[in-house]
Design a protein around this ligand. Structure first.
Ligand code: ASP
Length: 344
């Protein structure tokens, strides 16, 4: 069997930090010395190369241009490697993973994002384990030699998640990510157990990358007492093309006429509004289940079903960038493009 060849891309974040012996402050680690930092890597029959972006950033500074840089770098090396591990800050990892999942069409190799809660240079770091698991998962092959996980994933604390189903849900625990509406794809215990029926199948068409995301969108999160001025300031923002409306429960919103009128006006102006639930623990929007969501459905607000906010934001940016026709955007939003919602 040929030795799998994996490329690690370092974008920034806690995982790449080491403590300076003299000053005690954290500084970026030189990824060329990865085998010194993680000697266990050399026991694997996996060849690892590294690439570090010139200016590593905290993931709070990530934007669609950075997603495009990551996508382009992977595309540049796509044929040379069997899989990719992206080291990334945890804070916005769910957004980047979701964005990459939409940007790559017909992906047939793994792109696994990982990071850590404690820097690599700290003795109790979770980074070493996360990185080793990610490399092993990125190198995993089926019996016929094809990659086992041909999709964008997040690997954290011994679990492999679908990238566009996963969000950061804890600021301190090592177990910092959750995929509320989709099972884990693999679990690394004594051996790695794959949940094969939930892993996407590659379609063997040539991979394509689309990076022209349109970021003219907003998130409008409802709360009791929200005022007309606040809703107006979002829905009437100049250049706005889409809104992720974070509603209560299974897609419910207040029924005040001023609120419904502002939404109706926005929809009639051609702004795409997607209803997603605020419930972090999971579940789905079910428009029309209660009277409080029926009006939203009637005016042309679309259901996000069980999509999570990170995925909804990046899917909307992707569709607005790719499609000019609003009806088509609405149709595509209601389809599972990369396994991000639980309908066909
Ligand atoms: N603020 C850091 C980041 O997201 C935290 C981390 O790396 O986990 O880049």
């Amino acid at each position: 069997m040929k030795t799998p060849h994996i490329l690690i891309l370092y974008t920034g974040g806690t995982i790449g930090m080491l403590q300076d012996a003299e000053t005690g402050s954290l500084k970026v680690f030189d990824f060329k010395n990865i085998y010194d930092q993680i000697p266990r890597l050399s026991f694997y029959n996996i060849k690892v190369d590294t690439f570090a972006f010139q200016h590593p950033i905290d993931s709070s500074d990530m934007n669609p241009g950075d997603w495009a840089d990551i996508g382009n770098k992977i595309m540049e090396f796509y044929d040379q490697y069997d899989g990719f591990v992206v080291l990334h800050g945890t804070d916005t990892m769910g957004y980047t993973a979701s964005a990459l999942s939409f940007m790559f069409n017909h992906l047939n190799k793994p792109i696994i994002l990982t990071g850590s809660q404690l820097p690599l240079g700290i003795a109790r770091t979770d980074g070493r384990n996360n990185m080793i698991n990610s490399i092993e998962l990125a190198a995993a092959c089926n019996e016929d030699g094809t990659p086992m996980i041909p999709e964008v994933c997040i690997c954290f604390e011994n679990k492999l998640y679908r990238g566009n189903r996963t969000h950061k849900n804890h600021a301190e625990n090592f177990d910092a990510f959750a995929s509320p509406n989709y099972p884990v794809l693999a679990h690394a215990g004594v051996s790695i157990k794959y949940n094969k029926e939930y892993i996407r199948k590659a379609d063997n068409l040539p991979v394509e990358l689309f990076t022209d995301m349109d970021a003219n969108i907003s998130i409008l999160k409802l709360f009791p007492g929200i005022t007309p001025n606040v809703v107006k300031s979002v829905l009437q923002a100049e250049g706005l093309k889409g809104v992720i409306l974070e509603t209560y429960g299974s897609g419910n919103a207040c029924q005040s006429p001023w609120f419904l009128n502002l939404l109706r006006e926005a929809v009639n102006k051609g702004i795409v509004i997607v209803n997603v639930t605020q419930c972090k623990g999971g579940g789905s929007v079910d428009l029309g289940k209660y009277e409080t969501s029926l009006e939203l459905q009637k005016m042309g607000i679309i259901s996000g079903y069980d999509i999570i906010t990170e995925s909804a934001v990046t899917k909307l940016m992707y569709l607005l960038g790719k499609e000019k026709n609003i009806d088509r955007i609405k149709i595509l939003f209601n389809k599972s493009l990369r396994g991000e919602i639980s309908i066909g």
